[in-house]
Design a protein around this ligand. Structure first.
Ligand SMILES: NC(=O)c1ccc[n+]([C@@H]2O[C@H](COP(=O)([O-])OP(=O)(O)OC[C@H]3O[C@@H](n4cnc5c(N)ncnc54)[C@H](OP(=O)(O)O)[C@@H]3O)[C@@H](O)[C@H]2O)c1
Length: 354
């Protein structure tokens, strides 16, 4: 894949970067096979995070990296979301662990926490340097200067090459660059697709102005724009499916490519977007996605897609409403688990009986 310059740094990334977060239940063997196939197909950068599979995605990548030369693939990972250790920072979400215990994922970018996370990622991945370390979510209880100070120290120590941020507002991106001083902020990572366009208002213009790379996540709206049926109930989804049928499918048919390829080609053609971070569960999905790098959409097709989907946007909060419901169910399950343990019943047996 053709490489693109990322902001004011010497990092070069392909227009499509593979995301290592699994959206389906899959074995280590299946994920390792998928990562190997992706690298063979030219996905020479992979975006991951300690949070994905709670360390598992980085371990799987570590296995893959044992057999490929280090300069064949760039590793982008993250810091700043913790699910164990001291309770600091705002809760991003809750989950129930294998023992039925309610756990919390918190935004924690304190210097000691960030240092520990980088060291743990290096160990799980089995590498000496990370190509890009991104702050996963802003931690508003820790000054950016403190977090960046630690990342700059680790950069001097050779543990990481570049620093980026994710889920930051335009204002927070400015503050992050100020905290870094002379060192350029390499990239930002926003949620951006045909149906989630908030980044166009302030973030993309700012990144063009300051020359910061933009690596967008969920470019297929978690699969919805590739024709996948999402397990969410939202009226916007139905309207989006109509535009998919009436506008997206005919363009894909005209070019003889998959709808996913058209959607990705649109994303990577947007001014200021460096790369799209896509997710995949199968090699077939990877094949369909790589068609995007060779696809040349006309100006009028780009405009038509942009206009048609701008009428049917997905609210950013729909996911959170779903998460809210799941949270209530999980809290209930965790409560039952604790109650069962207190009276000497194995919670897993309780769950089976239900
Ligand atoms: N910074 C952040 O906060 C953040 C948040 C989310 C994601 N990310 C990053 O962005 C990456 C991608 O996120 P995402 O998974 O939401 O991306 P996405 O590309 O919008 O959606 C990926 C999903 O779409 C489906 N799909 C992909 N290609 C398809 C095709 N050709 N036909 C039909 N369905 C297809 C698959 O669903 P199935 O697997 O169900 O088949 C796949 O898992 C993640 O892995 C992660 O690295 C970052």
């Amino acid at each position: 894949m053709k490489m693109r310059k990322v902001g004011r740094t010497d990092l070069r990334l392909p227009a499509l970067v593979l995301g290592a977060m699994a959206r389906r239940q899959s074995s280590d063997k299946e994920r390792i096979k998928l990562f190997e196939a992706a690298i063979d197909q030219g996905f020479n950068a992979i975006d991951t995070a300690p949070l994905y599979g709670f360390g598992r995605a980085e371990q799987q990548l570590g296995t893959v990296l044992k057999h490929v030369s280090r300069n064949q693939v760039q590793i982008l990972t993250k810091v700043g979301l913790r699910w164990h250790g001291e309770k600091h920072g705002e809760v991003l979400f809750e989950f129930t662990d294998g023992n039925g215990r309610l756990r919390q994922v918190r935004k924690d970018s304190r210097p000691e926490s960030v240092r520990l996370e980088v060291l743990q990622s290096l160990e799980r991945l089995g590498v000496e340097t990370l190509d890009l370390v991104q702050i996963h979510h802003p931690d508003l209880h820790t000054p950016f200067a403190d977090t960046m100070g630690t990342l700059l120290d680790m950069r001097r120590e050779g543990k990481l090459r570049h620093i980026g941020v994710s889920n930051f507002s335009a204002e927070q991106v400015r503050a992050a660059q100020i905290a870094l001083g002379e060192v350029p902020l390499c990239s930002v990572q926003p949620d951006y697709s045909l149906v989630r366009r908030r980044a166009e208002l302030e973030l993309l213009p700012l990144c063009r102005e300051l020359d910061i790379g933009v690596l967008v996540f969920s470019p297929l709206a978690e699969g919805l724009l590739a024709g996948k049926k999402l397990k969410v109930s939202n009226p916007a989804v139905q309207k989006i499916e109509m535009v998919i049928h009436e506008v997206l499918f005919p363009i894909a048919q005209d070019h003889g490519v998959s709808p996913a390829a058209v959607v990705l080609a649109w994303v990577i053609a947007q001014p200021g977007v460096t790369s799209a971070i896509t997710g995949a569960s199968t090699i077939e999905q990877l094949n369909q996605q790589t068609q995007a790098t060779k696809l040349q959409l006309s100006k009028s097709e780009i405009q038509l897609l942009g206009t048609a989907f701008s009428e049917v946007q997905l609210p950013y909060s729909w996911e959170h409403r779903e998460v809210g419901l799941r949270k209530i169910v999980r809290r209930g399950r965790a409560f039952l688990g604790r109650a069962a343990r207190r009276i000497g019943i194995d919670p897993s047996k309780l769950r089976r009986r239900r």
